[in-house]
Design a binder for this molecule. Structure first.
Ligand code: NDP
Ligand code: X2W
Length: 333
């Protein structure tokens, strides 16, 4: 299945390039950087760790490449800033391409909520219903044209909460710590090496709060934190349980939801970020304590939280095995 990656010079884009290059069913035909770069260049000139391993040329994207692209490729993965995705995705869909968009441009259904979260209007020039692809909870028919891949924090929080929603009776509280790659590759003071220690940010204002609420159909309190490590997210989630809900009931709910899900690992102890970094797994450990549920869950933000989930959805779209090409430990950044 011929495919292309936009934003291939960025962090989630380079992970997509690596996964697709090694995938048995997809063949990577194009890897685009932004048109702001002057020349094509080997991906290893940006990511030297790939020298001798990944012989892919990064090509600056210009719209005059569209007709060539649409003739040679069936599937496109967008790992672009939200505004760039909002602009390019409708063009690609109109050219007949199947688009998996990793940005937030098409995730929020309510146009007002979208405007508040992203600061620009939700594009009207796209299919009316765009599936939100939380992979374990989404069935694709194979006729969709554009799929919104969830954000990293919403992926881990929603996967952890969805199986037990009918068993809780309070607003879930989500504390999550992310590595710095969550902010992308571009330079910024607040994500530079000497500035990052461990702190909350976006308290009560982060755009992933409405995304999580939309996905689980329940209000949430969400506090993201930035930690001084490269990649991975650890979420600790608290909710009060309905009366008499036992550990056995909780365990049964997770078993029922995920016993056959190849990329979810139900753990007997709290997962560490190191357990999931470089993998496409989401690790989940629920504990019942004094009438409350505490869920510890971890993912790699660039893989299960971005590139690997997009490939998982593409696998599902084409009826390949859901975890095809995703079970090796890897990770470029
Ligand atoms: N980082 C993460 O953990 C996650 C990110 N996402 C989402 O994925 C998307 C990409 O994020 P991330 O990889 O972190 O970002 P990066 O900043 O690392 O990379 C952005 C990429 O987009 C390219 N680009 C920028 N503007 C344009 C444009 N106008 N036209 C074409 N290409 C452009 C850049 O090219 P160039 O190098 O030439 O500037 C670069 O390849 C974002 O929407 C983000 O929200 C989703 C989940 C997790
Ligand atoms: C550490 C860090 O900065 N993380 C990013 C989340 C990245 C992500 O998954 O989200 P989107 O796809 O919605 O951008 C943030 O808080 O904005």
């Amino acid at each position: 299945m011929p495919c292309a990656v936009f934003g291939a010079s960025g962090y989630s884009g380079v992970e997509l390039v690596w996964l697709l290059h090694n995938h048995p069913q997809f063949s990577l035909e194009y890897a685009f950087s932004s048109g702001a770069r002057e020349d094509a260049e080997p991906i290893a000139s940006l990511y030297p760790q790939l020298a001798g391993q990944l012989d892919v040329i990064l090509q600056p994207w210009h719209s005059n490449l569209l007709s060539q692209l649409s003739q040679q490729v069936r599937v496109v993965f967008l790992a672009l800033p939200h505004e760039a995705s909002a602009e390019i995705a409708p063009v690609l869909v109109n050219a007949g391409l199947l688009v998996f968009d990793l940005s937030g441009a098409f995730r929020l259904r309510d146009p007002l909520v979208h405007q508040q979260a992203y600061g620009f209007e939700r594009s009207a020039n796209v299919p009316e219903t765009i599936p939100y692809g939380l992979a374990e909870w989404t069935t694709l028919s194979g006729t969709e044209q554009l799929i919104a891949v969830p954000g990293c924090y919403p992926t881990v929080a929603s996967l952890a909460l969805k199986p037990v929603l009918s068993l809780i009776d309070s607003v879930p509280m989500i504390n999550a710590v992310s590595g710095v790659s969550g902010a992308g590759r571009k330079a910024a003071i607040q994500t530079s090496f000497c500035e990052v220690s461990l702190a909350a940010y976006g308290v009560a204002t982060h755009r992933h709060q409405p995304e999580i609420a939309q996905t689980i159909g329940h209000d949430v309190i969400f506090v993201p934190h930035l930690g001084n490590f490269k990649r991975g997210i650890l979420a600790t989630i608290y909710a009060r349980l309905k009366s008499d809900v036992s550990q056995a009931t909780i365990d049964a709910a997770y078993q029922q939801a995920y016993a056959t899900a190849p990329l979810i690992r139900l753990r007997q102890q709290p997962p560490a970020i190191g357990d999931v970094v470089g993998t496409a797994f989401c690790d989940i450990h629920p504990v019942v304590h004094q009438g409350h549920l505490v869920i510890c869950a971890a993912i790699d933000n660039l893989l299960k939280g971005a590139a690997a989930q997009a490939v998982q959805l593409a696998n599902q779209y084409f009826a390949f095995d859901s975890a095809l090409g995703l079970q090796q430990r890897g990770g470029v950044v």
